[in-house]
Design a protein around this ligand. Structure first.
Ligand code: ADP
Ligand code: MG
Length: 238
């Protein structure tokens, strides 16, 4: 069984169709990377999976359940945003614990999950700081920590590293690769960075104008791009 199934998924804004019948079967534990030009629908697709955008047509299944009508809180999915979306008035610890508190988890379970995630992401030194007192890289770690503590069925990332400088981007990319190796969680990751796509992905989905141009393992796309468009995105000179 796939972890996440997209079947003829469509999205329209008024009369504008931005996602045209997308089909993807995302395997459990797979790291799937979405690439494509600005405006091709990557964020929209991710937000539909998260439940942040209504689905206009087709079927979305998560862990064997059709979730089209379920709100984000009932989808067991965690999304990490580019702008981190941390609560400015809460400490790092409180930011990480907030979702679990809302769900009514008990305090000791929350504490141990927060401690565990803090250890994995090396954020113990600043658990009591506010987001404003953190660097961009540290905020990114907290955003990831907040996702991890929920132990979701899948992680969704929308260009999580694009606000970081080049050196930090490399460091965080390696961190995300390590994290995935350790947790083996199903992940859908949007990026426009070719190196991120090639190094992180089990499979890459190349999107263009709301449709999928090609899906495949990074090296398959690199060596056998289905179109010039894919070749341009994946960087093969053919
Ligand atoms: P990407 O993330 O690949 O850059 P998006 O998913 O953000 O692309 O956008 C896909 C298309 O949908 C774009 O043409 C964008 O202008 C349009 N779009 C996104 N959100 C809305 C909205 N709330 N209302 C109308 N059009 C939107
Ligand atoms: Mg986007």
């Amino acid at each position: 069984m796939s972890a996440i199934s997209l079947r003829q998924l469509r999205k329209t804004y008024g009369s504008l169709q931005v996602i045209h019948g997308v089909d993807v079967e995302i395997e459990s534990g797979e790291f799937l990377v979405l690439v494509g030009p600005s405006g091709c629908g990557k964020s929209t697709l991710l937000r539909m999976i998260a439940g942040l955008e209504e689905i206009s047509g087709g079927e979305l299944e998560i862990s064997g359940q059709v979730v089209n009508a379920l709100p984000p809180s009932e989808r067991n999915i965690a999304m990490v945003f580019q702008d981190y979306a941390l609560y400015p008035h809460m400490s790092v610890r409180e930011n990480m614990a907030f979702g679990l508190k809302m769900r009514g988890s008990d305090t000791s379970a929350i504490d141990s999950r927060v401690a565990n995630a803090a250890e994995i992401l090396k954020i113990q030194p600043y658990l009591d700081r506010r987001p404003a007192q953190l660097s961009g890289g540290q905020r990114q770690r907290v955003a990831m920590g907040r996702a991890i503590v929920r132990e979701p069925a899948a992680f969704l990332f929308d260009e999580p590293l694009s606000n970081l400088d080049a050196a930090l981007r490399v460091e965080m990319r390696l961190e995300i690769a390590k994290l995935h190796k350790r947790m083996k969680a199903t992940t859908v990751y949007v990026t426009h960075d070719q190196v991120e796509a090639m190094t992180l992905a089990d499979r890459i989905v190349v999107m263009n104008g709301g449709v999928i141009e090609q899906i495949g393992a990074p090296l398959d796309l690199y060596h056998k791009p289905a179109s010039l468009f894919v070749a341009r995105f994946i960087g093969s000179p053919t």
